[in-house]
Design a protein around this ligand. Structure first.
Ligand SMILES: C[S@@+](CC[C@H](N)C(=O)[O-])C[C@H]1O[C@@H](n2cnc3c(N)ncnc32)[C@H](O)[C@@H]1O
Ligand SMILES: *[C@@H]1O[C@H](CO)[C@@H](O)[C@H](O)[C@H]1NC(C)=O
Ligand SMILES: *[C@@H]1O[C@H](CO)[C@@H](O)[C@H](O)[C@H]1NC(C)=O
Ligand SMILES: *[C@@H]1O[C@H](CO)[C@@H](O)[C@H](O)[C@H]1NC(C)=O
Length: 395
């Protein structure tokens, strides 16, 4: 059988391409498209033989698309218009233009692609861009399923709850029972055997229950413990850390965490600066190597602190509680003294890549700065999650 011909749109650093490889599906990327020159350098460095178009999607014609004769689209459109912290400009945002252009082209292609997979942030599901996508797919006769999945459901200690849509062209159908509701987690085998609608939503909702987003709303009140954390938040974190179906952070580290680490100098490079410690200590999400959780890494990681990803406690002789005790009463110098006993450091880009499922063969060209590395990784996706979804879509 011929390879499935894949078009990778908004290809970034190639997260979709790695997922496709990992899925084991006989396929090849016949074209990748992205406008960002930094991302494209990284993509080319890792996939030198994949044809990469460094241009805008809306700058390509129907004919250009038809020439690729593709069977599958893998895409993660830019998410800023849909995130809740953004302005929610949605379809009026110019960054949505290319996506609407794709929807406009789809019915006019000389051959409908058999498979479509889209990834986006939480929040996309309530956007009008999502409504346009779904109505275009329905008009073209596609069978589709929407899902919300986080890597924690695959035992990876990192939250990254994302919206996914997988679609199959007529007369295709999925191996699981589809639902018009958004599945929370992967469809479980039970759902395949017993297609009762009532089972669908609960499929594997453990993941959803662990997500920061939801819980922030529920934890609006409650007594603040040390750090700016409520008892409820602290409990949730400790129950996540007790869940042995999820791996430990230490399996994903490159720089050892204990004192006497092999590459101490390299580790120092990632230590949080004094200014950051003093300013943000109470807001940081701190994890130890033995933890089974971390929060989503976003593109501001390593630069902004609040809400951009967890930091690692690399000296374990002091308990976090201890280092934070009585902090309010101390001078800045004493505060720093106390906090620096934890040796808090950022995860390195390689460690984030590990948590996001990028294989060891993935590397950055030498002249890509650490800050740029964090940025492109923050824009990318969890490779293992997408790999499973590709398998699910094709099987
Ligand atoms: C969310 S990121 C995708 C990340 C990608 N899946 C990865 O693994 O790195 C969105 C990408 O879309 C690209 N992009 C945004 N608007 C575009 C357009 N109009 N045409 C082509 N690429 C665009 C950005 O440069 C960015 O790399
Ligand atoms: C986690 O496990 C420890 C030790 O087994 C136990 O003492 C603690 O109560 C557990 N915490 C939660 C929240 O399950
Ligand atoms: C990295 O080096 C390449 C090749 O020398 C050059 O084309 C590119 O502009 C550089 N990229 C960055 C981000 O500096
Ligand atoms: C490309 O992406 C990088 C990393 O996300 C960002 O810093 C840079 O500003 C982008 N460049 C362009 C030309 O959009």
């Amino acid at each position: 059988m011929d390879n499935i011909r894949v078009l990778e749109l908004y290809s970034g650093i190639g997260g979709m391409h790695y997922a496709l490889k990992e899925s084991g599906v006989a396929a090849e990327v016949v074209a990748a498209v992205d406008v960002n020159t930094t991302a494209n350098e990284i993509y080319k460095h890792n996939f030198p033989s994949t044809p990469l178009r460094s241009k805008t999607i809306e700058g390509m014609t129907l004919d250009d698309f038809d020439k690729f004769a593709f069977d599958m689209i893998l895409m993660s459109p830019p998410c800023q218009p849909f995130t809740r912290i953004g302005l929610q400009g949605d379809i009026s945002d110019p960054r949505t233009k290319s996506f609407l252009y794709i929807l406009d082209l789809l019915p006019r292609l000389s051959k409908l692609p058999r498979f479509i997979l889209l990834e986006n942030v939480k929040g996309f599901e309530t956007s009008s861009a999502r409504d346009s996508l779904v109505s275009t797919l329905k008009d073209c006769g596609y069978t589709y399923q929407e899902l919300m999945v986080s890597p924690t459901s695959l035992g990876i200690p990192n939250s990254r709850l994302r919206y996914f849509l997988i679609a199959k062209a007529p007369p295709g159908s999925f191996s699981f029972h589809t639902s018009s509701e958004i599945l929370e987690g992967f469809p479980s085998p039970a759902v395949q055997v017993v297609p009762e609608p009532s089972l669908v939503k609960s499929a594997s909702c453990r993941t959803a229950c662990q997500e920061e987003d939801k819980e922030k709303q529920e934890e609006g009140d409650g007594q603040i413990l040390y750090k700016l954390e409520t008892a409820k938040q602290a409990d949730r974190k400790s129950s996540q850390n007790n869940d042995t179906s999820v791996r430990q952070i230490q399996d994903f580290l490159e720089l050892g965490a204990e004192e006497g680490m092999e590459d101490e100098e390299e580790g120092d490079k990632y230590l949080l600066p004094a200014k950051t410690l003093l300013r943000y200590a109470l807001l940081m999400d701190i994890v130890r190597p033995t933890c089974r959780r971390s929060v989503c890494f976003t593109k501001g990681y390593g630069h902004y602190v609040e809400g951009t990803g967890s930091v690692l406690q690399s000296c374990l002789e002091t308990e976090v509680e201890e280092a934070f005790r009585g902090l309010e009463q101390l001078s800045d110098e004493e505060k720093l003294n106390q906090l620096s006993r934890l040796r808090l450091r950022y995860f390195t880009p390689r460690e984030i890549a590990n948590l996001m499922g990028f294989p060891k063969t993935f590397t950055f060209p030498e002249n890509i700065t650490t800050k740029q590395q964090y940025r492109v990784l923050g824009n990318s996706l969890n490779v293992h999650v997408v790999s499973r979804l590709i398998q699910l879509m094709v099987s």
